[in-house]
Write a new protein. Structure first.
Length: 131
């Protein structure tokens, strides 16, 4: 893992560094292992992935109500489920090696933290009955 302000060695063709940068200040967290895995997901699905949230600076994480030790402080991805088969998206993320899964009504959170899962509420549990 490496935190960089400017990323010059970008090797993930289906993504732009800005997709994973903090929406508040543009700060980045360059983590090749994570990016390799999400590129694998994209290649497997052969469909674009819309990243709603990637890295967050501490201030932005606090402002959006993120957990104090959120994986977003390093690198995580909230992927929009619009236009995706939830089952295929989840399977591709698991197969790629992601270990943390947050199930929300309109997106899937993935990260490389300790193995765990959570749902944002009852509606999300119903939508993600595939887990």
């Amino acid at each position: 893992m490496e935190n960089k302000k400017n990323i010059t060695d970008w090797r993930w063709p289906d993504f732009d560094p800005s997709e994973f940068s903090c929406r508040h200040c543009g700060e980045t967290f360059h983590w090749p292992e994570f990016l390799d895995k999400i590129q694998t997901v994209r290649s497997e699905l052969r469909r674009p992935l819309v990243i709603l949230s990637g890295h967050r600076c501490a201030l932005h994480n606090a402002r959006v109500g993120g957990a104090p030790f959120s994986q977003h402080l390093k690198l995580a991805a909230d992927i929009s489920t619009f236009g995706h088969d939830r089952r295929k998206l989840l399977r591709a993320c698991r197969t790629a090696g992601f270990t943390g899964f947050g199930f929300y009504n309109t997106f899937l959170h993935i990260d490389l933290g300790r193995p765990r899962k959570w749902w944002s509420g009852e509606k999300a549990k119903q939508l993600w009955q595939i887990y």
